[in-house]
Design a protein around this ligand. Structure first.
Ligand SMILES: [Zn+2]
Ligand SMILES: [Zn+2]
Length: 112
């Protein structure tokens, strides 16, 4: 008889409250997949360890939730594009899903 895996609640907090999904690890399958994809794509695109660290901190800060549509985010987006003098500083970065990030392109976020 194999012992039952101990399930804990996902460590990620979403804007609507803690993620209710159970997991045998730290994050639920959905959030673990987002994290892996975020790490994978950043290395694939040739960014260094520093960028990966910033990216993960931004995604975690935004609860892996897209700043624009509220969907699951696995990329970060520059609020002020680098082409307009924006920095890679965490303060200039928001979490975004792939479709919002690519749809936005190089434009600056509309001031509200
Ligand atoms: Zn979760
Ligand atoms: Zn989005």
């Amino acid at each position: 008889m194999t012992p039952r895996p101990v399930l804990t609640v996902c460590a990620v907090a979403t804007p609507t409250g803690p993620c209710p999904n159970f997991t045998e690890g730290i994050r639920c399958a959905d959030h673990e997949r987002l994290r892996r994809r975020a790490i994978g794509s950043s290395t694939a695109r040739g960014y260094g360890a520093e960028w990966r660290r910033i990216r993960l901190s931004v995604l975690t800060r935004h609860s892996w939730t897209c700043h624009y549509c509220g969907g699951p985010a696995d990329t970060v987006d520059h609020v002020i594009p680098k082409s307009q003098g924006g920095s890679d500083d965490a303060g200039n970065l928001v979490a975004a899903c792939t479709s919002c990030n690519s749809a936005k392109g190089g434009r600056a976020e509309e001031a509200s």
